[in-house]
Design a protein around this ligand. Sequence first.
Ligand SMILES: O=C(CO)[C@H](O)[C@H](O)COP(=O)(O)O
Ligand SMILES: [Fe+2]
Length: 221
Amino acid sequence: MSIQIAPSILSADFCNLERDLKAISNADLVHVDVMDHHFVPNLTLGEPIVKRICEVTDLPVDVHLMIEDPDRWAPEFAKCGAQSVTFHMGATHAPVRLARQLREMGVKACFAVRPAEPVEPLFDILEEFDMVLIMTVEPGFGGQKFLDNQMNKVRRLRDEITRRGLDTHIQVDGGVSPKTAHIVAEAGADVLVAGSAVYGAENPAEAIDQIRAQAEAAYKA
Ligand SMILES: O=C(CO)[C@H](O)[C@H](O)COP(=O)(O)O
Ligand SMILES: [Fe+2]
C-alpha cells in the first residue's frame, strides 16, 4: 500500500472553493467534513455542496460524516458522487447494513472512531469496510493539537489487518502536518488527512509534498 494524502477543505476558503480545490491537485483525495451541529458542535455543508465538489474536482472525494443518523443520510452523500463515505461508529445503529448498502452503491464504506472509542470490538466486522478512520483529535474543528496517544490504536489495527491479510486502509485525521506525518506513518496509517497544515501553508501543494515525503520515509509498506 502506498501513502495517500487527503487535504481537508475544512480549512479552505469556502468562498473560493474551486480555486482551493485546484491548489491541491497533487493530493490523492479531497477530504470533505460534514458536520451537523448535533453529533459535533459545528456545522459545515450538505449534499448540494458535496455534489458540486465532486463535479468540479478531478480528485476522488472522501466524505467524512460527523452527523447523527448516518444510517439515514450516508446513502444520500454516496449519491453525490463521493468515492468513499465515512460514518462514525458512535452514531450508527446498523453499521454492517449501512456498509453493505454503501458498497452496493459502488462507494467505499468506512467507519471512524473517536479518541476515547476502542477499535478492538470492531475487529469482527473489519471485512465489511474499506477504510478505518482513527481520529487524532476530537471531531468538530480543524487546527487542533495532534493526539499521539492514538498511535497504539493505529498499531494494533495495522497488526490485525496484516495478520488477516486484509487490504483495509487506515486513515488518520486531526493535527497531521509535516511534523507529525512520520509518527502516524510509522504506526501504520496510510491515508493522511491534513487541513490546516495544507491550507494554512503559503503553498498548499508544497505542504502536501512535505507531508507525503515525511510519511513515505517512515511507512513500512
Ligand atoms: O474531521 C476533522 C475535524 O473533525 C478534520 O478533517 C480535521 O480536523 C482536519 O483538520 P486539521 O488537519 O487542521 O486538524
Ligand atoms: Fe475529517
